[in-house]
Design a protein around this ligand. Structure first.
Ligand SMILES: [Zn+2]
Length: 226
């Protein structure tokens, strides 16, 4: 197997087999670093801890002390929210779920309005999925195949049509959930330790009031309950 050279932030270099993952390099440095790792930075770009490194690279392991890691963490919580909503209300259409300065949101389209009781149910379902320790697994899909697969999910279809290259990345969360997303994410749901759903508000697809009306569920997430 071919070898790659990994350069760490202190300038030191290590040889690894091609395909080694950042989480494995973190673990070799210290278990504590691996436990606190949220995401990697590879040649300047955020990168999954479980993504294979296939070329020489500069690698930095980002921990919970890093503000960009908090964004990745919050965005990963938004995926957890979407997975919970789909388990409880499978007729729901998914919009987008970005991190925000104070937390995250996910936009949904559903005929019935989400009630405060629904939010409680969704939050409980999120904890249930969190406890399953599901990996955020990256899957590469061909654009044509993706458009066919998402044809009943009109917002995803539109985004794939507009943004995807010939191949695009998707992330699974268990056997039934997959979301068109560039990533990266935390390695698995058990990394998500503290979150709270805050409210439901109205939103429009792509923020344009001429477009479909959506329901936005807003939440917040932190690295610990403190
Ligand atoms: Zn994502």
């Amino acid at each position: 197997m071919s070898q790659i050279t990994i350069t760490l932030p202190d300038g030191s270099q290590q040889q690894h087999a091609s395909g080694t993952k950042p989480i494995e390099i973190a673990r070799a440095i210290s278990q504590r670093l691996a436990d606190d790792a949220v995401v990697a930075r590879v040649n300047g770009n955020l990168f999954d801890l479980t993504g294979p490194l296939e070329e020489d690279a500069k690698l930095e392991i980002l921990t919970s002390r890093n503000p960009e890691a908090l964004e990745v963490y919050r965005h990963s919580t938004a995926h957890l929210l979407a997975a919970a909503v789909l388990e409880l209300f499978p007729e729901t259409q998914l919009g987008i779920g970005p991190p925000t300065e104070a937390g995250f949101y996910y936009d949904f389209q559903r005929d019935t309005a989400f009630t405060p009781e629904d939010l409680e149910k969704i939050e409980a379902k999120m904890w249930e999925i969190q406890a399953r320790d599901l990996p955020y697994e990256r899957v590469m899909t061909q654009k044509e195949e993706g458009l066919e697969k998402y044809k009943s999910a009109w917002m995803k279809c539109q985004l794939i049509d507009e943004k995807a290259g010939a191949w695009f990345s998707e992330y699974t969360l268990g056997p039934h959930f997959i979301d068109f997303c560039r990533g990266p994410h935390v390695p698995s749901t058990k990394r998500i330790k503290a979150f709270k759903l805050l409210m439901v508000s109205g939103a429009y697809w792509k923020g344009n009031e001429k477009n479909a009306r959506l329901q936005r569920i807003t939440g917040t997430a932190f690295f610990s309950k403190k």
